[in-house]
Design a protein around this ligand. Structure first.
Ligand SMILES: Cc1ncc(COP(=O)(O)O)c(C=O)c1O
Length: 377
């Protein structure tokens, strides 16, 4: 168990923040790295051509450790949707084939597949929310000989319903189908091993469980896609880009690995340093330890909520860092705003009140959450 580390964040005593699924707070160290990074451009003569490549390589290396990949497998992207657009440009789907998504999946991981299905004459199949909460079983039943690929999260963004990606991926491979993942609502808090899951692409925005800033993310591309088609072309992802004076000797070759998928201006002097600082801290804590710590908190909150008549997915079917609470008669009007007025922060998605804590939450935050909730239910 990781002890409460509120001291590492800039969170006032009277704020009970249970909304990491919306946006994590920056670590003090990350905010400071961001300040320093932004200020570098005040003195551009101190930024050398080599600097365009040093942080990007360090960031790839750090991110790759989170998923058991190598730096070569990682591209730097600005959003989950950018990574999913790269995946969409590189996935093979034939007319009549099916692309699988979940009911109420996050839109950035639905729109590209709607578009691709329309373009290729394929069908987008939405797997309905299973009555018993078991997404893995529901997905397994939907996989068939006509499945091209599934585009999935690791846990559902509304209520934390978890998917056994090792099991699902093996079933997909058995029918020759592929797997694209958006792990924005899990990576950093829920362990993911790409050697075990063997996905084709994994996209993640940094601003939630990776504790980084907004507008930066990472894309994992499996080796078989690393000669694929980028969705934009920029100087820095081409071979010999380090030689600034030779950039007009246009290059057909790319930097090795997944670097060809990097977004333009990926040498982001302001956002990469805080993203790296955050990942360093996550690696120090350990993702399995974060999961266990947050599981203890959400189990405690779920048990207290059950006494008030609020239901949630059984612990073994939900990710430990993520709790969605449902009210017997639906979400009370203005719930999130009424809680926020008391400086208790949660979010409402669909018919679920998301309570998503992190290591900055103390027992007193949980007490405050229930103290305020009781006045409303
Ligand atoms: C599951 C999931 N994916 C992705 C995102 C963010 O998407 P993007 O980076 O495309 O804005 C969110 C934001 O809430 C999310 O919940």
């Amino acid at each position: 168990m990781i002890p409460c580390r509120r001291d590492l964040f800039d969170i006032p005593e009277d704020v009970a923040y249970f909304n990491c699924a919306y946006m994590s707070p920056l670590l003090r160290a990350a905010a400071s790295a961001g300040d320093t990074g932004l200020r570098r451009k005040s003195q551009p003569w101190t930024i050398s051509p080599a600097d365009f490549f040093s942080d990007t390589e360090a960031a790839r290396g750090l991110f790759s450790r989170l998923i058991n990949a190598s730096a070569d497998d990682i591209a730097i992207i600005p959003s989950a949707s950018y990574g999913l657009a790269v995946a969409a440009a590189n996935m093979v789907v034939n007319p009549g084939q099916k692309i699988l998504v979940l009911a109420e999946q996050f839109p950035s991981n639905v729109y590209p597949w709607r578009d691709l299905a329309r373009e290729k004459g394929a069908t987008l199949v939405t797997i309905e929310r299973p009555e018993d909460g078991d997404w893995t079983a529901a997905i397994m039943q939907s996989i068939g000989a006509d499945t091209a690929f599934a585009a999935l999260p690791h846990c559902h963004w509304t209520d934390g319903g978890i998917i056994d990606l090792v099991e699902v991926s093996a079933a997909l491979r058995e029918v020759g189908a592929a797997l694209v993942l958006d792990v924005t609502q899990s990576l950093g808090a829920l362990p993911l091993d790409v050697q075990a899951v063997r996905p084709n692409f994994v996209s993640a925005a940094c601003y939630k469980w990776l504790m980084g800033p907004y507008s930066i993310g990472f894309l994992y591309a499996a080796a078989q896609h690393q000669s694929g088609r980028p969705i934009e072309h920029n100087w820095a992802s081409r071979a010999n880009a380090e030689d600034f004076s030779g950039l007009v000797n246009y290059e057909d070759g790319f930097m090795p690995g997944a670097r060809r998928f990097d977004v333009g201006e990926r040498s982001n002097f302001a956002l990469l340093p805080p993203a790296m600082e955050a990942i360093k801290q996550l690696l120090i804590w350990g993702v399995p330890e974060i999961q266990e710590t947050l599981r203890t908190m959400t189990d405690d909150i779920a048990a207290k909520a059950a006494k008030m008549g609020l239901s949630s997915i059984p612990p073994k079917l939900r990710a430990g860092h993520f709790l969605g609470l449902r009210f017997p008669d639906g979400i009370p009007g203005g719930l999130a705003d009424r809680l926020a007025a008391e400086k208790v922060y949660v979010s409402v998605r669909g018919d679920s009140m998301r309570v998503t804590p992190h290591v900055y939450n103390a027992q007193s935050d949980i007490e405050k959450l229930f103290h305020v909730l009781r006045t409303m239910v």
